[in-house]
Write a protein of this length. Structure first.
Lengths: 224, 198
């Protein structure tokens, strides 16, 4: 359960979120909004990457302002640009990096890494340089590196924006199969098919929130 | 030499990363201290034997040396001018052998094993405030960032060409620096999201 209580946030003098109150308990939650609406900041609040200027964000009862490390172990985050998220030179090393504090032996880390790569169709690339992967493969690697730690919640900030239609569809299919709670920030509205709830953000405020059909209708009306 | 590990089961692959790094240091030390045609010839023979044992293929081994050729040629020309042909050949040969030897280590050792070895070596320095894991992470990030910067450079060069400003240094440097800083910013955020510093 994620709860935002009276959350406002500003960068310098510019307020990007105002008075947001949300309880996110659904398995699939979509967040939509125009560029600059504050949705990416909203996503970053959920694993403590951004601590709110006022109000508080609770994940499983833990406050992101006080319990950042514990929350980041529970909440995985996938960014738009996988090149910024991949930190190690080769594919397997990047996944293994996520397990560096798991207490597992080197052999166990390697086994778990290879199993995760196999699950996401990257087994054949384990020892390849990460920079030689295609854009779609890089994003799959970013997902693998996050999911190998088995987080309870996965927050994704526009993970398909840089991908072609085929790779975007792969990511959408991957998200659909995950057992975790997923909070997906996206401009690709078709990705929200089958979602339980959609939150619409505009100019830093939640302007619509509910079942996808109604929320997306409100979002489309906003764009006209 | 970035992330070019070639999987294999040769004796060179199986040797411990720390041993390979120590032997590499010894090899470089010998080349550096005893500069003579005989040492360069001996070094070439040793390196050829190790490369053959590693079974990484001559093309891959030679590819390690290619990026250093321009620098080596400049050094060679300077040595011919400042000293003589024999000394120039020894210095240039030593440099090429050093790069090639480092290349064989890179080709046969996973980056994580190399970094583990570096972290192990640095562990005693913990007492004087050095964080070996942090040094290892910085090295890994450096290796990882080189191809990203190359890719950013290519993007900026193409954008400059598309706008007809091929010769403008400013049109290359300014967007490249901005993109590099933005990348660093995102990388820092990603590291935080993955629990570095927690």
């Amino acid at each position: 359960m994620i709860r935002l209580e009276g959350v406002s946030h500003r960068y310098g003098e510019r307020w990007v979120l105002r008075d947001v109150d949300l309880e996110l308990a659904e398995r699939r939650v979509g967040v939509v909004g125009a560029n600059g609406s504050g949705k990416s900041t909203l996503a970053r609040l959920l694993n403590g990457l951004v601590v709110p200027t006022s109000g508080r964000v609770l994940v499983g009862g833990l406050d992101t302002a006080k319990d950042g490390p514990a929350i980041r172990r529970r909440v995985g985050f996938v960014f738009t640009d996988p090149d910024a998220q991949i930190v190690m030179p080769t594919v397997a090393e990047d996944v293994a990096f996520s397990l560096r504090r798991s207490g597992l032996s080197k052999a166990e880390v390697r086994a778990r890494t290879l199993a995760a790569l196999d699950r996401f169709g990257l087994a054949g690339h384990a020892d390849h340089p990460a920079h030689l992967l295609s854009g779609g493969q890089k994003q799959l690697l970013a997902f693998t590196a996050v999911l190998v730690t088995d987080p309870e919640v996965l927050v994704c900030d526009e993970p398909t924006t840089l991908l072609d239609a085929r790779n975007a569809a792969r990511v959408t299919a991957l998200l659909a199969e995950l057992p975790q709670q997923v909070v997906l920030v996206t401009h690709h509205l078709e990705q929200l098919d089958g979602f339980d709830r959609v939150v619409v953000v505009d100019e830093g405020r939640v302007v619509a929130d509910g079942a996808p059909a109604e929320a997306l209708a409100a979002y489309r009306a906003l764009l006209l | 030499m970035i992330g070019l590990y070639v999987p294999g089961t040769s004796v060179v692959h199986r040797a411990r990363a720390g041993v390979k790094l120590a032997l590499l240091a010894l090899f470089l030390g010998v080349l550096g201290f005893w500069r003579s045609p005989a040492v360069v010839a001996g070094g070439l023979a040793v390196l050829a034997a190790v490369t053959a044992l590693a079974r990484v293929g001559p093309r891959r081994a030679l590819a390690q040396v290619r990026p250093a050729l321009v620098v080596v040629l400049v050094v060679f020309a300077a040595q011919v001018w400042l000293a003589d042909l024999e000394k120039a050949a020894v210095v240039a040969g030593s440099l090429l052998l050093a790069v090639a030897a480092a290349g064989v280590v890179t080709l046969t050792t996973r980056t994580e094993d190399l970094l583990d070895a570096v972290v192990r070596v640095l562990r005693p320095l913990r007492r004087v405030g050095v964080d070996p894991d942090r040094v290892g992470l910085v090295l890994a990030l450096t290796i990882r960032t080189v191809p990203v910067l190359v890719s950013l450079g290519e993007e900026v060069r193409d954008a400059r060409r598309a706008r007809g400003a091929e010769r403008s240094v400013r049109a290359f440097a300014v967007p490249l620096v901005i993109r590099a800083v933005r990348h660093a910013d995102r990388l820092g955020e990603a590291l935080a999201a993955r629990g570095v510093d927690d």
